[in-house]
Design a protein around this ligand. Structure first.
Ligand code: SF4
Ligand code: SF4
Length: 386
């Protein structure tokens, strides 16, 4: 069976000796529930009572932040050193490329960028190769198990979801050296329109893609103004780095949203995704401007997941929207005047979120503007798109 890798060939690398065995320390090791769990328990019977079933497919080893009980002080796995690599649990053998699951008749091979500090090796091209991973998967034989089967979302098969997502994956390399993420978001939007209308796919950087990129760049600029990073002398470098990181993670991020159990039908999700990813790249560039230590790919994924409600609000910036009841920040009373101003304008409705935020929040300093918008995103307000 063909595998669908969610990353560019050899573009992602991991370095266990310098990482401190992060993945072996309290991050959850899932074992196959029928045979593998017993094999594991047999290796250390004195601790076998701490292996427990999660469901009919998986069992879990009790998480310990100091480290899995098979972890040696030198950071090596004692199963590998004492018994051999093949005796390690399946999930440990594949980690961080262990997010392997079947979607219809496609085997998706994704990676864990939230635990593992993967690094960008797209220039040297000396990272994880598809061929090596495929060999490893093939060697598992018929006992191979992934993370279970996932049904493609409604409408995905009709639109040829796998070919479409592979097209986006294959566009990653052409978008690694952009000044910002707008061109890649524009390509994804044009590709989405083409797949919906069953038209030929756009070429990267075609005139229509570049026109759309200019439009999306104006949206990006409005977020920068809102968050107080427009004009920052570090912004150009930050935007370029954030765009490269977001590009490397694009296919994996897209699939995490498309295949999420709570995701809606595929056509709706792929319409929303390009601006959602553009907003994520914007928050990442702001993090690069602000942070004393540059965020890596792991921080990028944590931001993408943790800031999802805010990313959702930003991606609606050009839509008309209103709220039904005023926003409340709770105990941080200094934020309340900005929130009251935003509430007043949002209760009226009839304007885009960008216009409303500009009208209501421009008299306030950047930190209150940002906190007011995040209260809208993370609070219990119901934003109604008109
Ligand atoms: S988290 Fe990644 S780099 Fe660190 S030990 Fe695990 S696989 Fe290696
Ligand atoms: S079994 Fe080995 S590789 Fe897996 S978590 Fe424990 S120490 Fe790490």
């Amino acid at each position: 069976m063909q595998s669908f890798f969610t990353f560019s060939d050899r573009a992602l690398k991991y370095d266990c000796p310098s990482c401190g065995s992060f993945c072996c320390k309290g991050k959850g090791v899932a074992l196959e529930a029928r045979d593998e769990v017993v094999r594991f328990a047999r290796l250390e019977p004195r601790m076998a009572s701490l292996v427990y079933p999660l469901n009919s497919r998986f069992a879990q080893i009790m998480d310990v932040t100091d480290g899995c009980w098979m972890l040696r002080p030198d950071g090596l796995c004692s199963i590998e050193t004492d018994h051999g690599y093949d005796d390690k649990p399946h999930t440990c053998r594949f980690f961080p490329f262990n997010r392997i699951f079947q979607v219809g008749d496609v085997r998706v091979v994704d990676f864990n960028s939230k635990i593992c500090p993967l690094t960008d090796s797209s220039e040297a091209r000396n990272g994880q190769s598809w061929a090596d991973l495929q060999k490893q998967i093939d060697a598992e034989g018929p006992t191979f198990f992934g993370r279970g089967d996932i049904s493609p979302p409604e409408g995905a098969i009709e639109l040829g979801w796998a070919a479409h997502e592979q097209l986006v994956r294959d566009a990653i390399d052409a978008h690694l050296d952009e000044p910002d993420y707008a061109a890649f978001a524009a390509f994804q939007e044009e590709a989405m329109i083409a797949v919906m209308r069953r038209q030929p796919m756009p070429a990267h950087h075609s005139p229509q893609v570049l026109d759309r990129a200019e439009y999306l760049r104006s949206l990006l600029e409005s977020w920068r103004v809102h968050h107080g990073v427009a004009g920052d002398p570090r912004l150009a470098d930050a935007a370029r780095t954030a765009s490269r990181q977001a590009a490397l993670l694009t296919c994996s991020w897209r699939l995490s949203m498309i295949l999420n159990r709570e995701a809606g039908p595929y056509p709706g999700t792929i319409q929303m995704l390009p601006r959602h990813l553009l907003a994520a790249a914007h928050l990442l560039e702001a993090a690069h401007v602000a942070r004393r230590t540059a965020p890596g790919l792991r921080a990028a994924t944590e931001l993408f997941q943790g800031a999802s409600p805010l990313i959702g609000v930003l991606s609606l910036f050009l839509q008309k929207a209103h709220i039904a009841k005023p926003l409340d920040h709770g105990v941080a009373t200094d934020v309340q005047p900005a929130l009251d101003a935003l509430s007043r304008e949002l209760l009226k409705g009839g304007r885009t979120l960008a216009e409303t935020a500009q009208e209501a929040l421009s008299p306030f300093p950047a930190h209150l503007r940002s906190m007011a918008l995040s209260a809208l995103a993370f609070g219990n307000a119901e934003l109604v798109v008109e």
